[in-house]
Design a protein around this ligand. Structure first.
Ligand code: GTP
Ligand code: MG
Length: 136
C-alpha cells in the first residue's frame, strides 16, 4: 500500500490540534504506521524544502518550522498521497474548502509564511524522499 509523510506543523502542535488532525486521518481509514515528535534543525528543513530555496517565503518558512516541535507521521493507505492532500485542503487557509483541515481550522495570520497546520507529500517520489529524511 502507498505511504505518505504528514507533518503537523508548529502552529498545529501549539494550538493543540494534533489529535484533531490525526482523528481526521484515522476517520478516513488511513493507518498511522509510525509517529515521532521532532525539533527540526536547519539541515533537515533545507533538505525537506529544497525545491523552495530562493523563493521569498523560504526563509520565513524554515524559521517557522524551527519555531516549535513538529509531529511527523508515516501514514499508509490506498492513494493516501492524493487523499491526504485532499483532506488537508489547498495551501492558503483563507480559500481552502470547508471540510478540509486548512479550511476548517486555519486562517491567514498576516505573516510572511502561510501557517497552514500540515504538510503532506505531493508525489510518490517526494513521499519516499521525505519519509527517508524524517524516519531515518
Ligand atoms: P506543504 O504540504 O507544506 O508542502 O504545502 P503545499 O504543498 O500546499 O505548499 P508548497 O509545497 O507549495 O509550499 C510549502 C509551504 O510554504 C506551504 O505549506 C506554506 O507554508 C508556504 N508557502 C507556499 N507558498 C506560499 C506563498 O505563496 N506565500 C506564503 N506566505 N507562504 C507560502
Ligand atoms: Mg508542498
Amino acid at each position: 500500500v502507498e505511504e505518505t509523510l504528514v507533518l503537523v506543523k508548529p502552529d498545529g502542535v501549539t494550538r493543540s490540534l494534533t489529535g484533531e488532525i490525526l482523528r481526521r486521518i484515522e476517520a478516513k481509514g488511513y493507518s498511522l504506521v509510525d509517529i515521532r515528535m521532532v525539533r527540526a534543525d536547519r539541515n533537515l528543513l533545507a533538505a525537506h524544502y529544497a525545491e523552495h530555496e530562493g523563493k521569498p517565503f523560504y526563509e520565513p518558512l524554515v524559521e517557522f518550522m524551527m519555531s516549535g516541535p513538529v509531529v511527523a507521521v508515516r501514514v499508509a493507505g490506498d492513494r493516501v498521497i492524493e487523499g491526504f492532500r485532499s483532506l488537508a485542503g489547498t495551501t492558503d487557509p483563507t480559500t481552502a474548502a470547508p471540510g478540509t483541515v486548512r479550511g476548517d481550522l486555519g486562517r491567514d495570520w498576516g505573516l510572511a509564511v502561510q501557517q497552514n497546520l500540515v504538510h503532506g507529500s505531493d508525489s510518490p517520489e517526494s513521499a519516499a524522499r521525505e519519509l527517508d529524511l524524517w524516519f531515518s
